[in-house]
Design a protein around this ligand. Structure first.
Ligand SMILES: [Fe+2]
Ligand SMILES: [Fe+2]
Length: 288
């Protein structure tokens, strides 16, 4: 099996409806000029899953002339139309349906989707944080198992898998701890996620060993504590390097936060993770 260098662009949270046109133009140009092996878009394509937001997001994604996988974010299933939310939640992805939760097979490396967005959660409300259901985990593990031993595996999800917030133990992704343990046992190279709007590159210690967790920032105007960015990921043998590329030319270590926060909202309390650059917007971004 060939195990050559693979270059991936990991984009997330493009949030059409509150998109950053300049950042999106730049990212699209980078993809067109540099032609990575693939683009991985870890969810939140829209703000409120409105039809016009989806049309714009799907047009933008379809124009990318490289293989693409798209994960589903909590902003991407119908918000106002409850019938559709429960009975046909992916209907609005029609124009890009072949990319949604699709697996990418590259030389010696596979990107396997893991669904973390659910239509409802009996455990709590609201339902914006993640839940790895038994079915979603089983599908991911089955997809991993279908690859020959030695294939490098990346898992792509919308929500980071951290189950509890470090500060106070608040529940974030339900079933995250067990999922991370199982993925570490499978020797998954890294889990790629979005949802946070700040980039990170952390190693979680699980009962089955370490697991790399990589988050991409946002390409929207819904900023948490870093300017719009995407991750360039270069995999060479068993080595994986991440660069958080951004138009503000901030160095990658200054873009990355050192623990996983609850969500994309700018930090407002002491002790909440903030990137070293510290550019926290004075007011919270609108959700519409
Ligand atoms: Fe988001
Ligand atoms: Fe999200």
């Amino acid at each position: 099996m060939r195990r050559g260098t693979i270059r991936l662009f990991h984009l997330s949270d493009i949030h059409f409806g509150l998109e950053d046109g300049r950042a999106l133009d730049w990212a699209r140009q980078c993809i067109a000029n540099e032609r990575p092996h693939a683009a991985i878009i870890t969810g939140d394509l829209t703000m409120r899953a409105r039809h016009h937001e989806f049309r714009a997001a799907c047009d933008w994604i379809k124009a990318l002339d490289v293989p693409v996988t798209v994960e589903v974010g909590n902003h991407d299933i119908p918000y106002f139309n409850l019938y559709e939310r429960f009975f046909d939640p992916y209907k609005r992805f029609k124009a890009i349906e072949r990319m949604v939760e699709s697996q990418l097979d590259l030389p010696g490396l596979a990107v396997v989707p893991l669904r973390t967005t659910t239509r409802a959660q009996y455990q709590r409300f609201p339902w914006s944080n993640g839940w790895v259901t038994e079915k979603a985990l089983a599908e991911c593990l089955a997809a991993i198992d279908r690859h020959p031993v030695g294939t490098r595996i990346l898992v792509a999800a919308h929500h980071p898998l951290t189950e509890r917030r470090e500060r106070d133990g608040k529940l974030l992704t339900i079933n995250g701890t067990r999922t991370m343990e199982v993925l570490a046992k499978c020797r998954v190279m890294a889990v790629l996620s979005g949802h946070i709007h700040d980039p990170f590159d952390l190693v979680a210690e699980t009962a089955a060993g370490p697991l790399r967790m990589i988050g991409a920032g946002t390409l929207s105007r819904r900023i948490r504590s870093t300017p719009p960015s995407f991750n360039e990921i270069v995999i060479d043998g068993d080595d994986l390097r991440v660069e958080a590329r951004n138009l503000a030319h901030v160095a990658t270590p200054d873009m990355q936060i050192d623990q996983v926060p609850e969500n994309a909202l700018p930090p407002r309390l002491p002790g909440e993770p903030v990137a070293p650059i510290g550019t926290v917007p004075p007011v919270d971004p609108p959700v519409h």
